[in-house]
Design a protein around this ligand. Structure first.
Ligand code: DGJ
Length: 316
């Protein structure tokens, strides 16, 4: 039987891949590479234990952002080596892949918690591959600049310098760390931003020379009110601009939490806001809320839509 083809986004709905199975790539990050979008995410399993990494980092690919092929697990958890950072049952969250033009490598960053240690390790893991689908070779984990690192994302700037943004200092303060030229380690310079604001779920993009940020408050798997901010330098100062969401449940980020701000390839100025609706009682059922990101009067706006497609941007 032919599988369903999609030509629109339906935020919060079950989203079948091209095999007809709900996409399993939570807390995701996207990469556009040579005509294809790659969606990397947390592979979750059913049941209350399903937020731990039992399988690894998943990957899907698409030409149109609507229809996604399951490309399998690009970084599997490790079986049988109890001392390995990635032993089955650890926590792997918010994987992000960036391509390094200088080395040609694809570099996967993720939040890592060691098995059996709750969220106390607060580390970042790095793995490297020669092509987007891997296999990714694990390089190890660390606390960037010797500071805690939980929710995170990566931005590659126009000048090809990459930055890690992570919730640090027990989630109180966000850290922004410049990465080395090969994108595989922190380069040594970092700034503390949103000091004492308990920002999680950092997502960032660059538009018309400014850096635009969306994050969340800090309430575990429960949704809360999103926050937005803008800066002319990534190092700050960052101007907080409040909740960008508009529509039903706007004060709970549409029952979701920010994950990524995606530039639409070939459409300058067009970005998607990507968020996760977590279902901690059955994490495999987590849903995706993808909405257009609007820049209105110097502010970010994310307006709820039951269904929409990329022709939205034709009217911009
Ligand atoms: C909220 C974070 O954004 C998620 O990535 C995850 O770490 C949960 N907290 C865990 O409670």
């Amino acid at each position: 039987m032919p599988t369903q083809r999609f030509s629109s986004f339906r935020p919060g709905a079950i989203w079948p891949d091209t095999d007809g199975v709900h996409i399993n790539a939570h807390g995701g990050g996207l990469l556009w590479d040579q005509g294809t979008y790659y969606w990397f995410g947390e592979h979750k399993i059913a049941g209350p234990e399903g937020n731990r990494a039992m399988v690894g980092v998943s990957c899907y690919s698409s030409q149109d952002l609507h229809n996604w092929d399951n490309r399998g697990i690009v970084l599997p958890v490790v079986e049988g080596d109890e001392d390995h950072d990635l032993v089955r049952g650890c926590v792997i969250e918010r994987p992000k892949v960036v391509h390094n033009a200088r080395t040609g490598k694809y570099v996967l960053w993720f939040h890592l918690e060691l098995r059996g240690q709750g969220y106390s390790a607060a580390r970042t893991g790095v793995a490297v591959a020669d092509n987007p689908l891997g296999p990714y070779e694990y390089q190890g984990s660390f606390r960037p600049d010797d500071h805690m690192s939980r929710d995170m994302t990566i931005l590659v700037d126009d000048d090809q310098i990459a930055y890690l943004l992570c919730a640090s200092e027990d989630n109180q303060t966000l850290h922004i760390s410049q990465l080395t030229d090969d994108y595989q380690r922190p380069a040594g310079r970092f700034e503390r931003v949103f000091v004492g604001r308990y920002m999680e779920a950092p997502a960032i993009c660059k538009h018309e020379g400014r850096y635009w940020f969306i994050g969340s408050g800090c309430t575990g798997w429960k949704p809360n009110k999103a926050r937005s901010a803008v800066a002319t330098s990534i190092w700050g100062p960052w101007e907080e601009q409040g909740n960008p969401c508009v529509g039903p449940d706007a004060d709970l980020t549409f029952l979701a939490q920010s994950t990524y701000l995606l530039p639409v390839h070939g459409r300058p100025g067009c970005f998607l806001f990507l968020a996760d609706r977590w279902h901690p009682e059955n994490p495999i059922d987590g849903r995706y809320v993808w909405l257009p990101l609007e820049f209105i009067d110097g502010h970010l706006v994310v307006r709820w839509r039951d269904e929409w497609d990329l022709s939205f941007f034709d009217q911009q």
